[in-house]
Design a binder for this molecule. Sequence first.
Ligand SMILES: [Zn+2]
Length: 396
Amino acid sequence: MEVTVRRGDSFWYYSQLYKIPLQLITDSNRNVNPTALSIGQRVQIPGFVATGYQIRAGDTLWAIARSRNLQLDALLLANPGINPNQIRIGQMIRLPTRITWRLVEGRRNYDHRAMVNDLSRLQNVYPFLQVESIGNSVVGRNIPEVLVGTGGKRVHYNGSFHANEWITTPVLMTFLNDYLLALTNQTGIRGRAALPLYQQSTLSIVPMVNPDGVHLVINGLPPNDPWRSRVIAWNRGSTDFSGWKANIRGVDLNDQFPARWELERARNPKVPGPRDYGGESPLSEPEAIAMANLTRRRDFSRVLAFHTQGQVIYWGFENLEPPESAVLAREFARVSGYEPVKTIESYAGYKDWFIQDWRRPGFTVELGRGTNPLPIAQFDQIYQEALGIFLAGLYS
Ligand SMILES: [Zn+2]
């Protein structure tokens, strides 16, 4: 919600007036100098929207504010120039409305368009969120990264490396939404205060690494799509893409990283297909390159890549992981009920490369149980399992 600065206003006063943490107001107005506010300047109040309200017979601003648990000045600030003694029936006013519900609707076929829409809704209500593009998919779909928090612990989560594991995207988006709700409403998640997490960590989320693959699994390909004939051929003539994990060029993005890539190549298909083909060289695909560049640029403290399925947490690679990895894996297992597993015979994955090149904790978390794509009916249960891990990744 936008308000207009009056004489004597300050961010601290807005924080008291709307009961929103001061830091969230400051971070929602990065281009505003809080010590030099000027009258008439526009300021964003996170966690609120202004809804229209039409004055009825018998209304007073005082009663309207009181019935909505607002201070009168919270109403006046949102309605510059209004005279509380001269409101008239039929007049429209702006009613500051605290957002206490999710804006993300995760229980649906969640493709790239759904994610982009939800991100823009979140950004609108929570301007302290930073959304940046890390690159584009083969077809040209934007791959967004969301940043939340200001702390020195740089935590990264990603989802939908694998196309038919797309449920990881709405699960991550729902966590993001619940985190934002807990921050602005100071309600906590699972009994844990959110603001200290915000101050201690900077959370980076790439909710959908492989948007073209997700689009293929959820929507199929129209008859005129330039990729259609190739993709169907790589899918052995089938238009059932429920087994498709790769990007639109038939490259498995989680077999693309330079961490013993040759070993993975040796045991896997040598041609494009729905899964396991690692490309002709490491980091040949734009989605994998975008993730590698992001990871180098951000210097993450730890990374968690979310996949489905198996209720397993993989936490090792070639004994290169630091001792902290085992401790974290035990905590993730404790809060989720998942099984921690050090390694399987698998190479060239994102978390493998992160462990190898940074010697910091990297994890592949296999959410849920069943056959991919996991049915959206499992969404709530998977979210509850994942929530403990999302939180532990920030506080541990
Ligand atoms: Zn996977």
